[in-house]
Write a protein that binds this ligand. Structure first.
Ligand SMILES: [Zn+2]
Length: 239
């Protein structure tokens, strides 16, 4: 698929290699890094999380699997006439809430039209990032606005807090076996296999509903050594 001029400029600005493959799903451009053969899949969905982008790019030089990295420098991605949080469109319910929030000037008709477009294109995006049967999807995120494991703990099915002094660094797993293994390490981990009840349109809710293996690795922006260390720990210990 041909990338829009805007996507190409955003990719260049974010330092993406245009020699590598790039693809567009649901109107969002991704850099795709493939290395060897593995059931591992990786995702960077928020363009402003530069530490996670650097860690994932380096990781893919040695780790086998497929990584999708959003080609944007900003958290919100453009949609016709507005914008959306790319980690809030994995369900119609979540997309509707987010479109209304970030495009307060939109009419009901604009919301409905964009929801129809997303409904048509969402499955292609899901298929692109979904691991094969039994495989693991790892999403890398950075937080810079105070978000921490303290917000996830009360709505999680199980919680293992080993680093109370580092609440911004944690794993969120949707599979109980993965959670048990991660909880043997020195890091903060939460399990969200069932809850929370509210569907905010994030990928973790979708993966939990599908009973698929998903781990979200959160670190504060700029904590590159820490994020690399946690990702490597995950690789050594998860099947
Ligand atoms: Zn994020």
């Amino acid at each position: 698929m041909t990338l829009s001029r805007r996507a190409v400029l955003a990719a260049l600005a974010s330092g993406a290699s245009l020699c590598g493959a790039s693809k567009q799903y649901a109107g969002i451009a991704f850099e795709v890094i493939r290395n060897g053969k593995s059931k591992r899949r990786y995702l960077l969905i928020h363009g402003d999380e530069q530490t996670a982008r650097e860690v994932l790019r380096e990781h893919m030089k040695t780790q086998e699997g497929i990584a999708h990295l959003v080609m944007s420098e900003e958290r919100l991605v453009p949609v016709p006439g507005g914008k959306v949080d790319p980690n809030r469109l994995w369900s119609r319910e979540g997309a509707e809430k987010n479109l209304k929030r970030v495009n307060p000037e939109w009419s009901d008709g604009q919301i409905a039209a964009e929801l129809r477009r997303l409904d048509k294109e969402r499955n292609k995006l899901i298929e692109a990032v979904m691991p094969p049967e039994g495989g693991l999807l790892v999403a890398v995120h950075n937080n810079a606005r105070g978000y921490s494991v303290k917000e996830e703990a009360p709505v999680s099915d199980a919680v293992s807090l080993k680093e109370n002094e580092s609440p911004h660094e944690f794993f969120l797993a949707t599979d109980e076996s993965d959670y048990r293994i991660l909880a043997t390490g020195p890091y903060n981990v939460v399990l969200q296999a069932k809850g929370p009840a509210e569907d905010d349109g994030s990928l973790s809710r979708l993966m939990a509903r599908r009973r698929a293996r998903y781990v979200n690795l959160e670190c504060a922006l700029g904590k590159k050594d820490r994020q690399r260390e946690m990702l490597q720990w995950l690789e050594r210990n998860l099947p």
